[in-house]
Write a protein that binds this ligand. Sequence first.
Ligand SMILES: [Mn+2]
Length: 305
Amino acid sequence: MKEKSIETIIEYQELPSIAMDKADIVINRVCWGGSVSGKVGTEDAPDAILIETEQMEYYDEDLEYSPMKYMTVHVSDSIYEFDKIKTSFSARSSEKKQLYISLGGDHSITPQLTLALVNKPVTVLFLDAHADLRRSYLGDINSHATPAFQLLKQGHKVFMVGIRSMFESEALRIKEDKNITCFMDRALRSEAVRDEVLQSISALEGDVYLSIDMDVFNPAYVPSVGTPQAGGIDYYFGTDILEALFLNSSANVVGIDMVELIPEESKVSQLFAAKFLQKIISYWGKSEGFDTKEQTGAQMQVKYE
Ligand SMILES: [Mn+2]
């Protein structure tokens, strides 16, 4: 296991990181945990997750291919300042189709990332235990409790899944705001409702930004997050959501974030996130047809076995 230090180069699956504008996959490290009101440590998650990707097999056992044989990757420098998040992708390609994944950091980073990536209203698929619809929290409009409100203010539609904690004013907003679709976590106990969620995601059209607050998962799977909440979805429903989104050819995924994880000693939380990150890359690669292209990806440059 590598020790985290300034000198250590953090990579995805120990694969070489190439220039942002040349890579198929851009992984953005947003080490911002400034607004967390619960446990602290979300700023350490990007590196902890990437270090655990070294434990992952290159082969995807579900999709039956090795994504990184076909794709290249860029891992960004760490971003430590909130104001710099919105310029995260300024060196991205202007022509090539790329996948932009940001590892947080707390949930306050999401509206900055949509500013970085889109300049028109999109649908934000918002997986979270909390509604995050406060106007401000503890005096801060850019809090981890306000991103969904900020996204609505930017003109986006918010499609929530897994919600199981909210303030009364947030509950009213969900009922009244036509730009919010919300599937409460408890309703997801029903297979029919889970199918309805997946069908709705399969029917999304246009640009979609995916924000994954890791507290959407049951704490038995992801025990260490900023504000854990009883209940929650499991790993396989999470991957079903990825499948529904990426197999939907009418939806264009403009960016993804994974936020609120706090690295912990057992490493279960960060291993879960690393595996989920791999699934995101794998489904995107499949949806873009990389598995039928030439094997010129990052893994081809690695000597192993
Ligand atoms: Mn959240």
